[in-house]
Design a protein around this ligand. Sequence first.
Ligand code: ZN
Length: 469
Amino acid sequence: MAKVINYDFYAVGEKQLNDEANELFKELFPICRSITGDGVRQSLSRLQEVISFEMREITSGTVCYDWVIPDEWNIRDAYIMDSQKNKIIDFSKSNIHIVSYSSSIDKKMSFKELKSHLYYLSDLPTAIPYRTAYYKRDWGFCLSYEQFKKMDRNGEYHVYIDSTIAPGTLNYGEGIIKGQSGQEYIVSTYCCHPSLANDNLSGLILWAFLLRELKTRKTRHSYRFVILPETIGAIAYLWMNEKLMKRILGGFILTTVAGPGKFSYKQTFRENDLIDRVVEKTFSELQIEYIAYRFDIYGSDESQYSAPFFRIPVGSICKDKYYEYDYYHTSLDDLNFVNSRWLIETLKIYLLSIEKLEMNLAYKSLNPYCEPMLGKRDLYPQIGGNIKQGFVSSQKKHSKKKYKISNEKSIYGNELDAISWIMFYSDGKTTLLDIAEKTNLPLVQIFKVAEKLRNHGLLKYSSTIATVI
Ligand code: ZN
């Protein structure tokens, strides 16, 4: 990746973040996670060492809307042994070998009988596919096509799975950051996948880093961080927190954030929601090309959060989005596929987008009758006449040309530009993001200039500030 985004983290420096991400990838990758069980608890406990959050549980059998929390699945060992007593498939070598929620079995059988329980990918012959069977009692093994081809068609096999499916709990994590604005957003990720690095161990690590980073700041809005098994976890969470969730204004699902490909953004179902706009503005300010995916009901938990009753607009910033990369849901989505540096770059995009949510205030002009006299307030940039060259706001407003914010001259130019546009648009309804989009100026600059104008008595916060979107 050519471009590295400059960003100053508050909580932990970039070097340490990188080291931590590497450690977490290594430690958490081998754990066998599913929608319930020890692997989930173990993974959440490890993430609690990064940042504190609550680990909660809901008991098996609880009815949540149209669904029931399943019994808990735990697995200790599994293999297929050939007649020479070689373990040709061994769970201890890769937990993807076992279909998640496989029942226990200890039986000798022919290849013919075994075959209907084997899953492989003939078009990706070295990869072990990832399969699940949460809601029917079954068992199965996943193996590479190469392994499958080598199996003796006339041989007898010893199939062994030592697992339990019994009443227990579904565990999830929750961390709340309280702001004063009355606006609340959700940041959700899923912890139910076993040894798959980009989908979604990368999302778990980014979730913990993002929670820690935001916790060190004083945020205006509230953020509800949840980490739960996909689908059933999100449904259970919505069911348990129906009233609270009804008030959530939008959010993100953190998934597949550390792959080698391009950045991408999957839009919310509203397509032009504030959530979409802050992300798109972030990419545009950074001049980073990304793949834009329109909303699709196939994906992660957005289809739960955005269901008719809740209608929470949820977007996802990805780096190698699920479904789109060849190694998706296979053993090749391993630690060689991901990189901590890419995870940290995606983290920066998330933070810059959330900062835009934070800065999206609306102001009301205290000088609404005409344009203010800037000189007498010492607000007119005191620079030589040549500085104004190269920027004409009315032309730039509609141009696709990007501002170079590192250019000192254009900073001065932009500041006068920003002052004029902010004063013009500050009617109490137009937000700073609206102004930033209309002018193509960076939102952070619009925000800083607006605060300066407020300190000079030219603006006040809009009275609808808490509800302005
Ligand atoms: Zn997945």
